[in-house]
Ligand binder design. Structure first.
Ligand SMILES: [Zn+2]
Length: 443
């Protein structure tokens, strides 16, 4: 029987701790999040929640911390099929002699769909609810995101050279805008323009991209200052660093999402800070490719918005933002010799609200607040490795790992329950990956 004095809602999630990642950074004890359809409609103490609300789906998550869904702000989902394909190589050798030739032979729409399904299912299990992607055949990535119901900002990739997907910058853009028009009304899908990198995109193409970005009001997502080689190559060809070159072309601004920014001189850093560029820090990928270590503490001091990315599975080899969060904090402390650098709370914000700001989605996601989308993750802190538990925030950042992620909701829908994917056949996904492994092994 429904109680007429209570509001009937979709779900009530009660957790021992809730970190809002909102403007006040609240850590609430014994609170509940109330969900109606796709939205958070209230945040109430557990003592009071059932006086006001009743729900068909009640989750009582003792010894769990509930956080906003994690945001993977830089990835290439489909490349999950290249996980372990070419390891222990520097970026240029890895790209020129391994990844790009394999892409030429194998990458098509079905590769991208299957690779994205593999990547997104791994991301859900790791607490990622939003991904910012850049790859060929974006239609196939969007189809995977729609099928798995994951929030995706998908890049309209642009390169100077031909690939299986397109022939020249104009062709990439035409295909990209067709994709954008087709997916315009899909709730979980947004788009940005994604020129690959300064070394693979010409001045002419960047200028065109800048015009489209301004006209359409959409973000630009690119790789920037990833390696020392990239900077030396730019100085050889243009006499200036890539950041200075892109600044002259009008690309550097608040709508730019720049992955990496590992090597910055003072002038480059000043240009990024002045123009409020969004930076995506990818510590695992930067270390695995031997690219270097970004000075994130300095970026934060300059009030730059720094979020976290995994980059692709081919250079990581995990799509695990919890690991990037822990590494970001540890590497910054180690390299600056300042243990107070990137405290736990700051690391969580990098993995949540900062990613939402970078994607221009911070009015909808990135924190647990009334009227935001119900993208939520619950982490089980009851396990041996999380004891004793003095501080739920530092335990979450420094002790827990993705194997402790037990519940995930995206847009109000439950996607992971008791550590099991909902409505997804895990065995089928493993077999998809094995099918491509057999094909790629022949190279
Ligand atoms: Zn990348």
């Amino acid at each position: 029987m429904k109680n007429p004095n209570k509001k009937n809602v979709s779900a009530i999630i009660s957790a021992s701790w809730i970190f809002t990642s909102g403007p006040e950074d609240q850590l609430l004890s014994d609170y509940a999040v109330v969900i109606e359809n796709d939205k958070i409609i209230d945040l109430v103490s557990q003592k009071k929640v059932f006086d006001e609300y009743e729900a068909n789906n009640n989750y009582q998550l003792n010894n769990h911390i509930l956080i906003p869904g994690l945001i993977n702000a830089h990835t290439h989902s489909a490349m999950s099929l290249f996980k372990g394909f070419a390891d222990d190589l520097p970026l240029q050798d890895w790209l020129n002699n391994h990844i790009w030739p394999a892409e030429k032979e194998f990458v098509n729409s079905s590769f991208v769909k299957d690779g994205s399904i593999l990547a997104l299912s791994e991301m859900i299990k790791s607490g990622v609810t939003t991904f910012n992607d850049m790859y060929f055949f974006p239609d196939a990535t969007a189809e995977a995101a729609k099928e798995l119901e994951v929030r995706g900002n998908i890049g309209l990739v642009v390169l100077d050279f031909p690939t299986n997907y397109a022939t020249d910058p104009e062709d990439y853009l035409v295909k990209g805008f067709e994709f954008r028009d087709k997916w315009r009304n899909e709730e979980l899908i947004t788009t940005s323009i994604a020129p690959h990198a300064p070394y693979s995109v010409s001045d002419e193409a960047f200028s065109l991209i800048n015009t489209y970005s301004e006209e359409l009001g959409i973000n630009i997502h690119t790789h920037l200052h990833e390696t020392q080689w990239e900077i030396e190559d730019s100085i050889d060809k243009y006499g200036i660093t890539p950041i200075q070159r892109l600044n002259n072309l009008g690309i550097i601004g608040p709508s730019l999402v720049a992955a990496h920014c590992v090597h910055l001189n003072d002038q480059d850093m000043a240009i990024l800070a002045k123009n409020k560029v969004n930076i995506v820090h990818n510590p695992s990928s930067n270390m695995k490719l031997g690219s270097g270590i970004a000075d994130v503490a300095k970026m934060l001091k300059q009030n730059l918005n720094v979020s976290l990315g995994t980059d692709s599975s081919a250079s990581n080899n995990r799509l695990d933002i919890m690991e990037e969060m822990r590494l970001a904090a540890l590497i910054s402390k180690g390299s600056s010799m300042l243990p107070e650098s990137i405290p736990a709370k700051e690391a969580i914000k990098m993995a949540t609200i900062n990613g939402a700001k970078a994607l221009g989605l911070d009015s909808e996601i990135g924190s647990i607040e009334k009227n935001k989308k119900a993208d939520l993750v619950a982490i089980d802190l009851s396990t041996i490795e999380n004891q004793p538990l003095y501080d739920p925030l530092t335990t979450f950042v420094y002790s827990s790992s993705r194997s402790d992620v037990s519940y995930v909701w995206i847009n109000g829908k439950i996607k992971l329950m008791d550590k099991k994917l909902i409505n997804m056949d895990e065995e089928r996904i493993i077999q998809l990956a094995k099918k491509w492994q057999r094909k790629l092994k022949k190279i």
